[in-house]
Write a protein that binds this ligand. Structure first.
Ligand SMILES: [Zn+2]
Length: 329
């Protein structure tokens, strides 16, 4: 039977206070890989915290091979701040340059700001000894969930495939930022994966279930949990596989979404209604292809950090993308 350990990292803050970071460790009797899973680097990405809880419930009584270390809340300061980054202002855009943007600060600094110190402690104590690193995030509810791999590491790409998510992304070096945990990990010879759930700011339980199922499958694939992994079937690779963008016609419209990201659609099926703001006349928007919706409704970058961007309105003169659909078959 495996052993479950609970622990805390205690991180000294510049003002002399202490931040406690709880972690859980499931240890098998036999030698095997060390796997590190964390969630909530960004304070509004809460579904991953619940995914970690589900994963812990699932594996705690399993006969695991190796060690699984789970950090449900990697960034307690940002969660308590209730925004993506500690000290982020209301309405401030998500960016790579904020001094508390945790996923640009790996492997951290022992004498840095609050967030850099947390990163340093997580990295030195829990990430560095691991062979595999899985980082759970959430993007906006208008995008389908996806697994993102660093393309220069073949094993990372396999991890993305075994997540069983419909969409995966294979990133190349120029498209990743410095200081991301996954990149720092793959550069250090580990294998790493990012998973984006769909939806920020509250917990989407069906997303947590979906991602947890994929994580258990990944753990089977790398031999940590018993059983045969399910082979990935149909997956679409973001950017690389054929897709179409659908734009709103000129006008002033309220967008009524009829489909969700991740849903399959037939060619000619109605996905959105546009309601003219003046006349209330409706216009149907149909999918030009058969496929899977990746993005629908609010399709601007980082909409959930700027409340005005997520409002489902198209104004005159805007070239407004209302959906991106990946082709099937
Ligand atoms: Zn994030």
């Amino acid at each position: 039977m495996p052993g479950l350990e609970r622990g805390f990292l205690k991180v000294d803050m510049p003002d002399g206070s202490l931040v406690k970071i709880p972690y859980f460790r499931v240890k098998g009797g036999s030698y095997g890989p060390e796997v590190y899973v964390q969630a909530a680097q960004h304070g509004v990405e809460l579904t991953g915290v619940y995914t970690v809880k589900l994963l812990l419930d699932r594996v705690r009584d399993m006969d695991v091979n190796g060690t699984l270390t789970l950090v449900p809340i990697a960034n307690p300061l940002a969660v308590r701040w209730r925004r993506h980054f500690y000290k982020m202002e209301l309405g401030e855009a998500y960016s790579s340059h904020h001094p508390h943007q945790m996923n640009r600060l790996w492997p951290g600094r022992a004498d840095g700001n609050e967030t850099e110190r947390i990163v340093y402690s997580l990295y030195r104590n829990l990430v560095e000894p691991s062979d595999y690193v899985i980082d759970l995030h959430c993007w906006e509810q208008w995008l389908a969930p996806a697994a993102l791999a660093d393309g220069w590491d073949e094993v990372s790409v396999r991890l993305a495939e075994y997540s069983l998510l419909r969409f995966i992304a294979i990133r190349d070096r120029p498209s990743v930022h410095r200081g991301m945990i996954t990149t720092v990990a793959t550069e250090a010879g580990k294998h790493a994966l990012t998973i984006e759930h769909s939806g920020q700011r509250w917990v989407f339980p069906e997303q947590a279930e979906l991602v947890c199922r994929g994580l258990v499958n990944i753990l089977r694939y790398i031999g940590v949990t018993p059983g045969e992994p399910v082979k990935p079937k149909l997956q679409l690779v973001l950017d690389r596989d054929p897709h179409v963008d659908v734009y709103a016609p000129e006008g002033e419209w309220i967008i009524v979404t009829l489909k969700k990201p991740g849903e399959k659609v037939e060619k000619g099926e109605e996905i959105v209604k546009l309601v003219d703001m003046e006349s209330l006349e409706e216009r149907a928007v149909k999918s030009p292809v058969g496929g899977v919706i990746y993005w629908i409704g609010s399709t601007r970058p980082h909409i959930d950090t700027r409340p005005s961007e997520e409002v489902q309105v198209v104004l005159k003169g805007e070239k407004y993308r209302i959906a991106t659909i990946y082709r099937l078959g």
